[in-house]
Design a protein around this ligand. Structure first.
Ligand SMILES: [Zn+2]
Length: 366
């Protein structure tokens, strides 16, 4: 009997070594991709790609970990376990392969950051490489009101938290939260910046798609994250509006239980622009961490502020950085075992659903 803890890691090199070992157990080759920057201990950091199933398969399950950097240790554990036991854990439909990209944003994972080396929030950043970004004036008001550019110390940052009260006179709390979460393309030094073009990580995904999605069949993207959902459990959701065909299809795979996600953004619709002719569905799986109250929300902009204006080695920064890492990666044995069991149990319904989707479309085209 193996313990789920064996699949988890504390550093990027450790996670990378586990991915190599899982691929070796599965008897498959790994493509290693060295990142141009190093981790906090000066260590080399890498993404890695491995696949199982027929190389020329028409349909692809594309499984990504670490889009949001620090969230990648959970995804890494799910991927390493599934790859090592692919014969039993991953019953792929006919004419289908699974492609794993391990730690898409290894810089963020290594530096315990949700963003990448350019401060880009990659999930929405990737999407907005293919779509115009709607204006976000509430975000600009938030950023200017909080005065992040004029702050010179962590103490000053913390004492300025009360300014959020001014914003709450102008906006509903939900409106303000959405404006921050939806992303912005006006402040490269702020939280949820979507960037201004394809990042190192986006170029990696694009290349993998072009080289490894050789058919014109179905692509099912499984994107692994942490934070959303009940602590210690996993939830699945999509960016499809309720009632649309893809929403209904994915909902049926999980017995109707999709986590309500109000941001109707088809996160991976751009895959069919990179690989024309494919039909794409994406599913996000999140491992729930803690429920964070309004008082602690400051850790998200503070992390970006420390990265852009502060000093990570400043002793007064350390407890906040550790708090931030713990939020996205609790790293307690109870949490790791629990979300691993929950998450691994999702493979069966996901792959059964994928098989149905493939066979239904074959029926339609006959
Ligand atoms: Zn995430």
């Amino acid at each position: 009997m193996t313990d789920a803890l064996e699949w988890y890691s504390h550093t990027v090199p450790e996670a990378h070594a586990k991915f190599l070992s899982s691929a070796s157990r599965a008897g498959v080759a790994v493509e290693e991709v060295v990142h141009p920057l190093v981790g906090p201990a000066g260590e080399e950091i890498r993404s890695a790609i491995a696949e199982t199933g027929p190389a020329d398969a028409s349909n692809v399950l594309l499984c990504l970990s670490g889009i949001h950097g620090i969230e990648g240790y959970f995804g890494s554990a799910i991927q390493c376990h599934a790859l090592a036991h692919s014969a039993t854990v991953l019953p792929l439909p006919p004419d289908t392969k699974a492609v794993f990209i391990h730690l898409v944003n290894p810089w963020g994972t290594a530096w315990s950051s949700r963003e990448n080396e350019d401060n880009v929030e990659l999930l929405r950043g990737n999407y907005y490489c293919h779509h115009p970004k709607p204006p976000n004036p509430i975000f600009s008001d938030f950023f200017e009101t909080m005065g992040y550019r004029t702050i010179t110390s962590i103490d000053e940052f913390l004492s300025g938290r009360g300014r959020v009260g001014k914003l709450l006179k102008r906006y509903e709390p939900g409106e303000l939260m959405s404006a921050i979460a939806d992303g912005q393309d006006t402040h490269p030094d702020a939280i949820t910046w979507v960037g201004n073009g394809p990042t190192w990580s986006k170029q990696l995904i694009d290349r993998v798609l072009r080289e490894r999605c050789c058919g014109t069949g179905k692509v099912l993207v499984l994107d692994l994250h942490t934070a959303v959902g009940p602590p210690g459990e996993t939830v699945v959701f999509t960016g499809y509006a309720p009632g649309t065909p893809k929403d209904q299809m994915v909902r049926s795979w999980f017995d109707g239980e999709l986590w309500p996600w109000p941001e109707y953004l088809e996160f991976y619709d751009w895959v069919s622009e990179v690989v024309p002719g494919t039909d794409v569905v994406s599913v996000t799986m999140e491992a729930g961490t803690e429920q964070i109250g309004p008082v602690d929300q400051y850790i998200f902009p503070l992390d970006v502020w420390i990265k852009t204006y502060g000093d990570r080695d400043d002793p007064s920064a350390v407890p906040h950085l550790e708090r931030y890492r713990r939020f996205f990666y609790p790293e307690t044995p109870e949490w790791m075992r629990s979300v691993h069991a929950h998450g691994s149990a999702r493979w069966m319904p996901l792959l059964r659903g994928f098989a149905e989707w493939i066979s239904e479309s074959k029926g339609e085209s006959r």
